[in-house]
Design a protein around this ligand. Structure first.
Ligand code: AMP
Ligand code: GLY
Length: 442
């Protein structure tokens, strides 16, 4: 009788999302991350140098949007590899907001009214015709930072001019999308797609603004939690029916065989959920929060989707525990992160139920001889900050307030000069359902 061997998986990327994917996938597979980072390596994840094309594994899972938009999935498939992640044709959904809006309009997906502009005169004229608040987006990729939402028309006009001139976001901003502001809480729904069908993962809520109380500039995401008290199964079904499935069908009707995550960023308006954007990959930090609750075989699920046969996999099941993920950032993030700070406390003193996911981390050259430094759990060199979002800490517990307490206890056990984080991840939801207060978390 043949014995099935453990599948091998390569996760492409180097952030907290990829670290979380590696941890979850390793429950059913042998996993490497390419290239990963020295932080995750120190915490036991096998990291390998690229290029990913040179690796021979059963399944590739591509984390970030940039390699997807640049066609990495196509190049791997051309070599006969099995890949979870769309080709460049499908990834355009995230690579061009103007194209995404067109696909949504064709598919009849509820979204904000919008116009696309290449030149300043008509763009400013359109802005002035809107009641505000004003929303200005770069057409192209900007690491989650190309969106301005403001109640100040002058600021919106200045932003349009800077984007179109290429001054603020280079070529990504030379075309802008100006759209109606939607009001309501946000929700992230990530769906695993096999080209024709899709299955939803548990919903999460991100915190996009830099500072407590949703103040400050937009970031890639400062923290997330799952489940979301005001987003039950029925609401997720509605998102699948009105947003994800029609979009997958619209892609398919354009000849696009979309195998990967369709991540709907939504606002829950009084008129129902409306799509702000589709991302073509797992969210960061939503993935860290959502996968902490996943029970069952993620590798099997993604392999089935990559093979175009989602029906062969068991539907994803999520445990009842709540997960809260808090991002720790370098000083100066998101505008101009200052890196190179020595990280201490990683991998030690974590409370039960907490897990660290490493992102913007590098190491100094390996030292010879001597004992291990506190920040050097694997003896591979001192770990230092190397990016804006340095790491995230996910805490799980039976309630939102307990999960928050675990996550923040984990956060406080890790240090580097100028480390900062939001203190209110998940807080509004604990207040909304009357659960706040436990654990004295600030
Ligand atoms: P996006 O990259 O399009 O998801 O936008 C980043 C963030 O900007 C979103 O998560 C929202 O917080 C905010 N945002 C984007 N578009 C709108 C809109 N039309 N109305 C209100 N807020 C928006
Ligand atoms: N957390 C937002 C994103 O992944 O785009």
């Amino acid at each position: 009788m043949a014995v099935a061997s453990t599948p091998t998986v390569c996760v492409v990327g180097s952030g907290g999302r990829e670290h979380a994917l590696a941890v979850a996938l390793s429950r059913g597979a042998e996993v490497v991350v390419c290239p990963g980072n020295p932080g995750m390596q120190a915490l036991g994840v096998t990291c390998v140098e690229g290029p990913a094309e040179a690796l021979d594994v059963d399944l590739f899972v591509i984390g970030p949007e940039v390699p997807l938009v640049e066609g990495l999935a196509d190049r791997l498939r051309a070599r006969g590899r099995t890949v979870f992640g769309p080709g460049a044709d499908g990834a355009r959904l995230e690579g061009s907001k103007a194209w995404m809006k067109q696909v949504l309009a064709d598919a009849g997906v509820p979204t904000a009214a919008y116009e696309v502009f290449d030149s300043p005169g008509p763009a400013v004229e359109f802005l002035r015709s809107l009641p505000g608040p004003w929303v200005v987006k770069t057409d192209g990729l900007a690491a989650g930072k190309g969106v301005l939402v403001t109640g100040d028309l002058n600021q919106a006009e200045a932003d349009v001019l800077a984007k179109l001139a290429g001054a603020s976001f280079g070529d990504a901003g030379r075309r802008v999308v100006i759209e109606e502001a939607l009001i309501g809480p946000e929700l992230s729904v990530m769906a695993v797609c096999d080209g024709r069908t899709a299955v939803a993962l548990a919903p999460a809520r991100d915190h996009k603004r830099a500072f407590d109380g949703d103040l400050g500039p937009n970031t890639g995401g400062m923290g997330a939690f799952s489940p979301v008290p005001d987003a039950d199964g029925e609401l997720v079904d509605e998102v699948m029916r009105t947003a994800v499935e029609p979009t997958l069908e619209a892609l398919s009707s354009r000849g696009i065989d979309y195998r990967g995550v369709l991540y709907a960023g939504l606002i829950l308006t009084s008129d129902g959920p409306k799509v702000l954007e589709f991302n073509v990959r797992f969210g960061d930090p939503e993935t860290q929060a959502v996968l902490a609750r996943l029970q069952g075989d993620l590798a099997g699920l993604l392999a089935a989707a990559a093979a175009g046969r989602l029906g062969d996999a068991e539907a994803p099941l999520f445990g009842p525990d709540v997960s809260v993920c808090v991002v720790m950032a370098a000083p100066g993030y998101p505008d101009a992160p200052r890196v190179g700070g020595v990280i201490s406390g990683l991998g030690s003193n974590l409370p039960g139920g907490a897990e660290v996911f490493c992102a913007g981390i590098a190491s100094t050259p390996q030292r010879h001889g001597g004992g291990h430094h506190d920040s050097d759990p694997a003896g591979s060199g001192t770990l230092i900050t190397a990016g804006g979002r340095v790491l995230s800490v996910a805490g799980t517990g039976p309630s939102l307030s307990e999960a928050r307490a675990v996550a923040y206890q984990g956060v406080r056990s890790i240090r580097w000069p100028g480390a900062w984080w939001r203190n209110d991840i998940g807080l509004s939801a604990t207040q909304a359902v009357g659960l706040a207060g436990a654990g004295g978390v600030k």
